[in-house]
Design a protein around this ligand. Structure first.
Ligand SMILES: Nc1ncnc2c1ncn2[C@@H]1O[C@H](COP(=O)(O)OP(=O)(O)OP(=O)(O)O)[C@@H](O)[C@H]1O
Length: 380
């Protein structure tokens, strides 16, 4: 808007200046004596234009800057008009009550003076009545605030009633330090839903991911791709069947510490960067702190300065629509969820999900051929 206005002003300025110069030329050709009169006027005009342009631009800027808080105030007032009305109604009622108290105290005092019974107690009541305005207001505000804050306690009580997740650690069944050694993931007749009473989102899934295999997952929206990932982390528990990773049953913390996910919608939590990177504060801490440079310490080729167990800490990697850096994880088992085909075209095999079921599970090459042939009517 401002740029447009400035452009318009500049164009007008150039246009007017040209007109003036043209007039000078015409007038002076008719009568050269006129040039003595016209030239100073023309200079004055040009000077005026320049000064006016500069000043008016500056004034416009100042005006806009000073008007903007007023506009903001109007906008905020319009948005919060219901709150303002409610507050002003409350304030009027409170003030009415306060005035009634003061009037009653004053009448009482007048009656007491008239009957000659004015006591020190009555003077005290009068003086307190005059201050009641502030006290009543703050009492009402504080009570309302306490009620509002009680909502947080309600929320905490609600959370306390939520059913607990499975145990974080099963002491008799802790995985080896280097688990998952191979990264073989198997879904056995696996079914799950988000909450009791809802429909199943994964129905009888049977999948076997070989160690270090790269699996791409495709399917229409709502087919169950993200649910497959969540089930690996046991964010949703099975209602039938089970998943095994290198054939062990372990606690939730042990499981989630050993898998990694790069989600479609990355989340960060309030706290330090370290807490965000390592919420369990357990991974490799002693080893890293003993290294030169600590978190900045170099990882050698193939991670040779880490033990096998330490390197195995993150063995199975789940990627949700993240293609970058896949080469860096060539010795990891990877499950990639893709919404675009090029994300997973280099996968070893592709799972095609539809309505919570596996409808295809084969190499991209085979699926491509299959799609081509069925499209061309070569197979049914
Ligand atoms: N938190 C939830 N609570 C209840 N139902 C859910 C929840 N999240 C997903 N669903 C349902 O589960 C089914 C599978 O959803 P999911 O997110 O796994 O599909 P998707 O294939 O990953 O979809 P998209 O490609 O859109 O991400 C859908 O019918 C969806 O409505």
């Amino acid at each position: 808007m401002v740029d447009e206005a400035l452009a318009r002003v500049s164009t007008n300025f150039v246009k007017n200046t040209c007109k003036v110069l043209f007039s000078i030329a015409v007038v002076s050709s008719a009568n050269p004596a006129f040039i003595l009169l016209v030239v100073p006027i023309a200079f004055l005009y040009v000077y005026y234009q320049m000064v006016y342009l500069r000043t008016s631009r500056e004034l416009k800027r100042l005006e806009s800057v000073s008007r903007s808080p007023i506009y903001t105030h109007f906008q905020e007032s319009l948005h919060g008009v219901s709150a303002i009305r409610a507050y002003s109604q409350m304030a009027i009622q409170l003030e009415f009550l306060e005035s009634m108290i003061i009037v009653s105290a004053a009448l009482l005092s007048i009656l007491a003076i008239a009957s000659g019974q004015l006591s020190s107690g009555l003077v005290g009541v009068m003086s307190y009545a005059l201050h009641i305005t502030q006290s009543l207001g703050s009492i009402v505000r504080t009570t309302v605030e306490v009620e509002i804050l009680t909502v947080s306690v309600d929320r905490i009580l609600e959370y306390c009633k939520l059913p607990c997740e499975a145990p974080e650690v099963i002491e008799d069944n802790r995985p080896q330090a280097n688990w998952p050694m191979n990264g073989a993931v198997e879904f056995h007749d696996y079914s799950t839903r988000y909450r009791p009473g809802l429909d199943l989102v994964l129905k009888g899934i049977n999948l076997t991911m070989k160690p270090r295999e790269k699996i791409g997952t495709v399917g229409r929206t709502g087919a169950g791709k993200s649910s497959l990932t969540l089930s690996l982390f046991r964010m949703i528990e099975p209602v039938g069947g089970f998943i095994s990773i290198d054939r062990v049953t372990i606690g939730l913390r042990d499981l989630r510490q050993r898998l990694a996910i790069i989600p479609q919608d990355p989340q960060a939590f309030e706290g330090s960067v370290r807490e965000n990177l390592d919420p369990g504060s357990g991974h490799l801490k002693n080893h890293i702190t003993s290294m030169d440079g600590q978190l900045l310490a170099r990882v050698n080729e193939s991670g040779s300065n880490f033990s096998v167990g330490q390197r195995e800490l993150i063995k199975v990697l789940v990627l949700d629509e993240a293609t970058a850096a896949v080469d860096e994880f060539k010795d990891r088992t990877i499950l990639t969820i893709a919404h675009r085909l090029n994300t997973i075209i280099d996968s070893d095999r592709i799972v095609v999900l539809a309505a919570g079921k596996v409808v295809e599970f084969d190499t991209p090459h085979y699926l491509y051929l299959y799609a081509l042939c069925s499209h061309g009517g070569l197979i049914e």
